[in-house]
Design a protein around this ligand. Structure first.
Ligand code: NCD
Length: 303
């Protein structure tokens, strides 16, 4: 049976620790050849800069080959169902298909139609597991053991698959996640939430700013992004000289999510997150593919 990564819960805490250890090794920047005989297909139905290129760079760093399906030219735009597209791609024997889609649940459904690993590159507002893993790596590198540490997630949390995956993963590693934003951006859950960051700034170890996901709103939810920025932009004024690290999954809306000044501040880890993203995706691909191959051999003992 192939192994998939659809949500962070697909890996146990112990497996995640192994992925983080492996990713740490991959941060040396050396090329490897563990995926030398493997082809990975990327199929992104939503725009992406970081995630798509990060998966492709990760595959190449492990010696694998990438085929990128150009969605605008693919047969899904000629009316072929997504599932038929997936079954056809699968028939070409890739080792993994990495998919991003605007609808939550698509990677999960595709995983039932294929015999290779499916990796979720982000589905609707549901999950973005590799982003949460790279955030976890970044937080652990700066804060050490996360047990009892606190992170404030600021902004459009309700529409954010990044927040969703991070809430599960960071809580599992012992962090208290505090949600900050206007009421219509806050999901209903058991977590503590506050209207403004200044209410918790003296107790948190990290802040994660999020982009306002205007493409997922049916109606404008803030009178203007400028008004939103007045309340939620992360500035030097709000962080002061506190020992707090600042994360953002990108793309950053400059001076709306984070000020120019804070983007240049050494406490801002946005580009480091991107570097960690490649290492995490290398670790995820190697783990899924080697484990899927091992189980394929078990399933077919005569070959
Ligand atoms: C995010 C995404 O697409 O989910 N970006 C990313 O993958 N690094 C967040 C966003 O679009 O705001």
């Amino acid at each position: 049976m192939p192994r998939h990564l659809i949500e962070t819960t697909d890996f146990s805490k112990q497996e995640i620790q192994r992925i983080l250890d492996l990713a740490e090794q991959f941060l040396d920047g050396k090329m490897r050849n563990t995926l030398k005989d493997h082809i990975i297909i990327t199929i992104f139905f939503e725009n992406s800069t970081r995630t798509l290129s990060s998966f492709e760079v990760a595959t190449k760093r492990l010696g694998g080959s990438v085929v990128r399906l150009d969605v605008s030219r693919s047969s899904t735009s000629k009316g072929e169902t997504l599932f038929d597209t997936a079954a056809n791609l699968n028939a070409m024997s890739p080792s993994a298909i990495i998919v991003r889609h605007k609808s939550a649940g698509v990677p999960n459904i595709l995983s039932r139609y294929v015999s290779c690993s499916i990796v979720n590159g982000g589905d609707g507002a549901h999950a973005h597991p590799t982003q949460a893993l790279l955030d976890l790596l970044t937080l652990k590198k700066h804060l050490g053991n996360l047990e009892g540490k606190k992170i404030a997630i600021v902004g459009d949390i309700k529409s954010s698959r990044v927040a969703n995956s991070n809430i599960e993963l960071l809580s599992r590693f012992g962090m208290e996640v505090i949600l900050i934003g206007p009421p219509h951006f806050i999901p209903k859950n058991r977590l503590r939430h506050h209207l403004y960051l200044k209410e918790v700034i003296d107790e948190v170890d990290a802040v994660m700013s999020l982009r306002t996901q205007t493409e997922r709103h049916n109606l404008p939810v803030y009178s203007s992004l400028k008004d939103y920025a007045n309340d939620y932009c992360i500035t030097k004024e709000i962080l002061g000289d506190r020992d707090i690290i600042l994360l953002h999954p990108g793309p950053v809306h400059r001076n709306i999510d984070i000020s120019d000044e804070m983007l240049k501040d050494p406490r801002c880890k946005v580009l480091e997150q991107v570097t960690h993203g490649v290492a995490i995706r290398m670790a995820v691909l190697e783990t899924l593919i080697t484990q899927s191959n091992a189980s394929k051999i078990q399933n077919f003992p005569y070959f």
